[in-house]
Design a binder for this molecule. Sequence first.
Ligand SMILES: Nc1ncnc2c1ncn2[C@@H]1O[C@H](COP(=O)(O)OP(=O)(O)OP(=O)(O)O)[C@@H](O)[C@H]1O
Ligand SMILES: [Mg+2]
Length: 427
Amino acid sequence: MTSELFVYLTLPGAVAPVTAGRFKLDTDRQGASVGRFVYGRRYLERSDAVSIDPIELKLEERTFETARLHGMFGALRDASPDYWGRRVIEKHAGKDKLTEVGYLLNSPDDRAGALGFGRNVEPPAPLRTFNRTLDLSRLQELADLIVADEEPSETRPADRADLTQVQDLLLIGTAMGGARPKAVVEDGDALWIAKFNRRDDNWNQARVEHAMLTLASECGLSVSQSRVTQIADRDALLVKRFDRQHSREGYRRARMLSALTLLRTEDSHLDRDRWSYVALAEELRRICAQPRLDASELFRRMTFNALISNLDDHPRNHAVIAMDQDWKLSPAYDLSPSIVVSIERRDLAMICGDRGRYAHADNLLSQCERFLLSRAEATRIINEMEATVRRRWYEVARREGVSNEDCQRISSAFVYEGFRPSPEPIV
Ligand SMILES: Nc1ncnc2c1ncn2[C@@H]1O[C@H](COP(=O)(O)OP(=O)(O)OP(=O)(O)O)[C@@H](O)[C@H]1O
Ligand SMILES: [Mg+2]
């Protein structure tokens, strides 16, 4: 079976896409797939052409080929809907499961990054209208229905009828990745990702995530702008999109690649030994315009995740962006504490040093040179951040509206004992 599509790209400074190339996916009878991509000749002739991926899809006149990721290039996979978006599209299209190319073609154009996809050689006009914050309560209702549908016993027939009409409303925003219910809304001159609380969350996720982004900013990290908004009796988190920039003519779009792509790895846990902050630092040094800045920022993020037990820091939760020519680490996003019983040892999702994923101060320090930091600098960063998190987490959380009960629920996440265990007693 062969499926083909055109890949569009919104160039730096522009607000409408041009055709960048063509992608073809061949799947044989055994189900093995090979993907091929070529840049269009007219695109390569442009003086302002940029690459889709500066390592895997360099701006060259040749056929790129991959058998990894079921034939999907990482850059295309990053522009494809993830768990949540796929659920919405399946409801909308009335299909159980689409092919990878099907998901790309059926997802709306407000996906992360600067790419677009279609069957025609000429790109469609860019999206001009977006959901507004006013639509949030309807969006939240629809998200609830989809979540409820994951648990069939709880779904009433009336809800099912409603689900068949999951309108364009919710479809907008589904191309954004991640598993949590979300939608994209326009507010003022910016696009925001609305992340909805789920009724089965252990705490007020919107407020806690907002507090973590605020705490990260106090620790000196560059973070996505966020705020909490109330919809009916619930809160939702609004995170400002860093891959869109408003202009009078429309939205400029940044190219975006996940760390999963930079590390040439997959979501599967089988690929987990390649999920690594240390390796990611090396990749940033290869592609970023200011490697020293970005590598040390990554070091801070890794340290912050260890200090708040954000153990869901998988490679889709890190990205690089290029609003113009130059690539840089994106602002931090998706920061949440996890609650784990162990107080002796906690593991991050990615390798952080000689002792693997162990969230321990010495382990974070062990490879600091690869983040272009001297041992003295790295030690200072860890000490300062540890002190800030210890001293400020509760105050920041309360100030940002996290209830006292929720603070109790998450309290064991901060500077857990094993981060710097006291020395072994001498016997
Ligand atoms: N501020 C932002 N601007 C642009 N893109 C973003 C922003 N925040 C997140 N994204 C993109 O949207 C995706 C989903 O967002 P996020 O990770 O916050 O959702 P999630 O559902 O909580 O994810 P997970 O499945 O990791 O729990 C991210 O992987 C990233 O590609
Ligand atoms: Mg995420």
